[in-house]
Design a protein around this ligand. Structure first.
Ligand code: VG1
Ligand code: CO
Length: 543
């Protein structure tokens, strides 16, 4: 065994996006690609002597080989100890949990989350800091800067480590602990929720279907739902993580989880349906013939947080990403706690959670979480809903419609135009920015524009700033249109258009969503010239 120093040169394009560095597997497999990024990360972190790191991923294609490379590089860079999930597996929220519990310096999470996997699919790498959350931009930008100047990386030439057997191993001077990827996480969930009440619910014949989409939530859901909570075998489907997710797109929304949506609308629908994404940090909640929007889910959980033992003391505040609907704001107001509006991406919630300004956080993109870890957490949200159903005896539909009656309904939808030409997408956004100044006061389709701007953010805890985080057009009645370009894709550009309208009158709470938003959709199209700029007359995905 010896430590090698391998000469290398910078590879362009290694700047992390909304959530880590995501590229095609074919890109990650280029010589030195992964190594350059990992060495740049280690160089940025500084002296690693005596430090512990956590390592694992969502099990997608290239996960196992990347784990081996990173272990050898960590050993060569003086890391004292690495905790690695068995088989190289750790869901994103479980990685966050293990980093916190082991008081590690941080962790490396291998995932491209909701992006497709397999040899032709996507791969990703993300660094989480000692609080368990995604590294802030100050770190990711420093890593990126380092990738542009790298000249060599260090790696051990030792043989592969057995990561399938739980226990300890040694690599150079470094200790490796192969850990059960589920245990610490399951123990944490047990402390947050009323497992006895949920067990009684299942014992009483309550039925559920959890679609793990052949991704990493499978082992977690099986252990907790079917093992600890006594849900019947078969409650969790597609439970075995596959390297290509069985060819599916592990993105839990009504389009990609169409099978679950169809089941929930059928006469044989179970009481409750849920799904999670590639790395298990997203959740989709479905009742019988009733889909819950992620924005509503955040608001409902916030309003009812006290049902769960972990939140009985009340919540300190709520944080949501800017494009997420304002349903949670009304709950925060009623509870007398602050509601923070951050840019898109979980990395912006970390400071608020650490400073105890927010307890619950959420994004419209099927992400919900709390201060229990520093990532969004799919199964956590599902358990929260189960706890709520067990505590109230109400159906998903009853819970949500009663919530609307009390707080009003925020009709909400996101329209995605995927894989459009990058230059055309940038032209569209630049044109919009030029128009912003003249929009206030204009009347459109019975709406009057109150203000229009490009969202910028100053973190209330550490003062860090983020600019150009989404263009918003806000109407005098509070209705909104938001435009953003995705920062997680690997092909062309994806334009996201977010639409929201508030309706207080319960008599008007049952309009089909796209119909309720039709006037705003038309305005969004015409202001941004979407059809002309993108060549698409319709979005590719509507959620
Ligand atoms: C998307 C979502 C964002 C989420 C991010 C990471 O980002 O919109 O809300 O935080 O994915 O989620 P973008 O830049 O493509 O809009 V995950 O589950 O992919 O880590
Ligand atoms: Co994810």
């Amino acid at each position: 065994m010896a430590i090698q120093t391998v000469a290398s040169t910078p590879v362009p394009g290694q700047r992390p996006g909304t959530s880590g560095l995501r590229k095609k597997v074919t890109v990650f497999r280029q010589p030195h690609y992964l190594e350059n990024f990992v060495q740049s990360l280690f160089d940025t972190l500084g002296d690693l002597t005596g430090k512990t790191l956590v390592l694992g991923g969502d099990g997608r294609y290239h996960n196992r080989s990347a784990v081996q490379t990173i272990l050898k590089m960590a050993a060569a860079n003086g890391v004292a100890r690495v905790l690695v999930g068995q088989g190289g597996i750790l869901s994103t929220p479980a990685a966050s949990c293990v980093i916190r519990k082991s008081e590690a310096l941080g962790g490396i999470v291998l995932s491209a989350s909701h992006n497709p996997g397999g040899p032709e699919g996507d791969f990703g790498i993300k660094y989480n800091i000692s609080n368990g959350g995604p590294a802030p931009e100050s770190i990711t930008e420093a890593v990126y800067a380092r990738t542009t100047a790298i000249t060599a990386y260090r790696i051990s030439d030792a043989a592969e480590v057995d990561i399938d057997r739980i226990g300890s191993a040694q690599l150079e001077q470094m200790q490796i602990e192969v850990i059960d990827p589920v245990a610490d996480y399951a123990e944490l969930m047990q402390r947050l929720f009323d497992f006895d009440a949920i067990r009684k619910l299942f014992a009483g014949g309550f039925t559920m279907r959890f679609d793990a989409m052949s991704a990493v939530s499978g082992p977690y859901a099986k252990t907790i739902l079917e093992g600890m909570l006594g849900a019947p075998a078969g409650t969790v489907i597609n439970a075995v993580p596959l390297e290509d997710f069985g060819g599916h797109h592990p993105d839990p929304n009504p389009v990609n989880a169409a099978e679950l949506i169809a089941l929930m609308a059928s006469p044989t629908a179970p009481d409750f349906g849920a799904a999670s994404d590639g790395d298990a940090d997203r959740n989709m909640i479905v009742g019988r013939k009733f889909d819950v929007t992620p924005s509503d889910s955040l608001a409902v959980l916030a309003a009812n947080a006290a049902v769960a033992p972990g939140y009985r003391g009340g919540i300190k505040g709520i944080a949501r990403s800017m494009p997420t609907s304002r349903a949670a704001d009304r709950v925060a107001e009623a509870l007398g706690v602050p509601c923070y509006e951050t840019p898109t991406g979980w990395k912006y919630f970390g400071t608020l959670l650490d400073a105890e300004k927010a307890t619950l956080c959420g994004e419209e993109s099927y992400g919900t979480g709390s201060n229990h870890v520093r990532e969004k957490d799919g199964l956590w949200a599902v358990l929260f809903w189960l706890n709520l159903i067990a505590a109230t005896g109400k159906s998903v539909q009853e819970i949500v419609t009663e919530h609307w009656s009390k707080y009003g309904r925020n009709y909400y939808s996101r329209h995605d135009y995927e894989g459009i030409d990058s230059d055309a997408a940038n032209v569209l956004m630049d044109d919009l920015r030029v128009k912003l100044a003249n929009l206030a006061g204009q009347e459109m389709n019975h709406y009057t524009v109150d203000y229009a701007d490009d969202f910028s953010y100053t973190d209330p805890v550490d003062g860090s700033q983020a600019q150009k985080q989404g263009i918003r057009i806000v109407m005098t009645d509070g209705s909104r249109i938001v435009y953003r370009l995705s920062g997680t894709g690997t092909e062309g550009a994806t334009l996201r258009v977010y639409l929201e309208r508030y309706e207080a009158d319960p008599a008007l709470h049952n309009i089909p969503t796209q119909q309720a938003l039709a006037a705003l959709i038309a305005i969004a199209d015409s202001v941004a010239n979407i059809a002309a700029n993108t060549g698409r007359s319709n979005p590719s995905v509507i959620t």
